[in-house]
Design a protein around this ligand. Structure first.
Ligand SMILES: Cc1ncc(COP(=O)(O)O)c(C=O)c1O
Length: 426
């Protein structure tokens, strides 16, 4: 009988008997808040829960304005539109991210420029940004991926030098800090997702953050059919806004959040600091254990990353140390040992099954030139390829929500696969 769970041996953790912490987390407070919304009949449209959450999230993130919306895809689109990104513009983003980061750029008729990532953080490589800048570049969209931070010092330096907008895609980073500043408070706009798997969730949902009053006004109008913002700030309430009853409206859509989502988020945000602190401490502890195991390397944590917020716990695998065992087999074996899925990173966007702009000529074939520009296959992303095809191992953040003893199990499982790798080589 094999020792490895994948081959029929006993797992290191039987998740049926000893489950990992549940995600999402809720209790009576959510139940009460949801019933309150139900019974109020105010289920949407600038309701009290939405206003409360926007204020709370702005305070939590350390920004002046936070505006909730339906999800973290439309918030990216709103951010691009608010910054005036559109026809003729180029936006630089990492090739390793969820398809929405790029898809929203073509949705505003601009051109995504995919660049490579740093091999030790999997976040956008500032050198690749500089190399990709042209007179058409209008914005940079860094993504703080899984539990890593894009190098915001370098990105802000480059943006300042070339007069570019920075839209932080913080879909994975609710509460992480770079040099004491929260993700989403450093660039011009931060965009967050509250989809079910994220570290702060209402099932679906999103929010944009900014310190810029004019951007906030536009963002608010964009999510609410172009209407004049209400309750965004005292300045707007006093009528100092761009939008007046005399006209001067902004074209927008309905990207509003519901009161049910906002009610859950108000409660969930109260738990987030403690959850983040636990995930961060366990992540750091697990990374120290990695130092003792051959063939696995922790993601680099910059000294500037004063607090980490996780979507996934990710690490780098080196098959050469595991007698050539392919990473896919390693992930299968690890999933079987720990009873929770270990997955690959996102597919690089130059060859991604979910990022296929050429399937929609009726929307995206604005011209022959544009059609060629948005062909993702034209970009060369060797580091993204290496990460996806050879190195990446990602585990949902709930793995970090338990105890140090749980982290010991993850590390011991990797060691067990290392010790028995030859069994998987047949
Ligand atoms: C990096 C990144 N950006 C944007 C999004 C889009 O968020 P949503 O699913 O809320 O639309 C996601 C969702 O997974 C994401 O991972």
């Amino acid at each position: 009988m094999s020792k490895l769970a994948l081959l029929g041996g006993a797992p290191m953790r039987d998740a049926k008997i000893n489950p990992w912490p549940q995600w999402p987390v809720w209790d009576k407070k959510e139940e009460t808040a949801l019933l309150e919304v139900l019974n109020s009949g105010v289920w949407s449209y600038n309701g009290p829960k939405e206003m409360e959450f926007d204020k709370d999230f702005a305070k939590f993130t350390g920004v002046k304005y936070a505006i909730s919306a339906a999800n973290g895809t439309v918030t990216l689109q709103m951010a691009l539109e608010a910054c005036g990104v559109g026809v003729g513009d180029e936006v630089i983003l990492p090739g390793l991210t969820w398809q929405a980061t790029a898809a929203t750029i073509i949705d505003v008729n601009a051109t995504p420029i995919l660049v490579d990532v740093c091999e030790d953080t999997w976040c956008i490589d500032p050198k690749a940004i500089e190399a990709a800048i042209t007179p058409r570049t209008k914005a940079i969209m860094p993504v703080h991926l899984y539990g890593s931070f894009a190098d915001m010092d370098e990105i802000m330096r480059i943006a300042k030098k070339h007069n570019l907008y920075v839209i932080e895609d913080c879909a994975h980073n609710h509460g992480g800090e770079w040099d004491g500043k929260k993700a989403g408070s450093i660039g011009d706009v931060g965009s967050f997702s509250f989809q079910l798997s994220k570290g702060l969730t209402a099932g679906e949902g999103g929010i944009v953050t900014t310190n810029n009053f004019e951007l906030a006004e536009r963002l608010d109008a964009l999510r609410n059919c172009g209407r004049r913002p209400e309750g965004l700030s005292e300045e707007v309430d006093k009528g100092a806004g761009l939008y007046s009853d005399e006209g001067n409206f902004y074209q927008g859509g309905n990207f509003r959040i519901t009161e049910f989502q906002a009610a859950i988020l108000v409660e969930a945000l109260k738990r987030l600091p403690e959850q983040n602190a636990n995930r961060d401490a366990n992540g750091m502890y697990l990374n120290t254990l990695f130092a003792e195991i051959p063939g696995v390397t922790q993601m680099r944590r910059d000294v500037k990353e004063t607090k980490e917020a996780y979507f996934n716990f990710a690490f780098r695998y080196n098959k050469d140390e595991f007698i050539g065992l392919p990473v896919a087999k390693f992930r299968e074996a690890l999933s079987a040992e720990i009873g929770i899925s270990a997955t690959a990173s996102y597919e690089p966007l130059n060859n991604c099954s979910l990022y296929v702009p050429h399937t929609k000529p009726s929307k995206h074939k604005l011209s022959e030139t544009y059609w060629n520009e948005i062909d993702p296959a034209r970009f060369n992303l060797p580091v993204c390829d290496k990460v996806y095809y050879e190195e990446s191992v990602c585990i949902h953040h709930k793995v970090l929500m338990g105890t140090k003893a749980d982290m010991d199990i993850v590390a011991a499982s990797i060691q067990k696969i290392y010790d028995n790798a030859e069994e998987l080589m047949v």
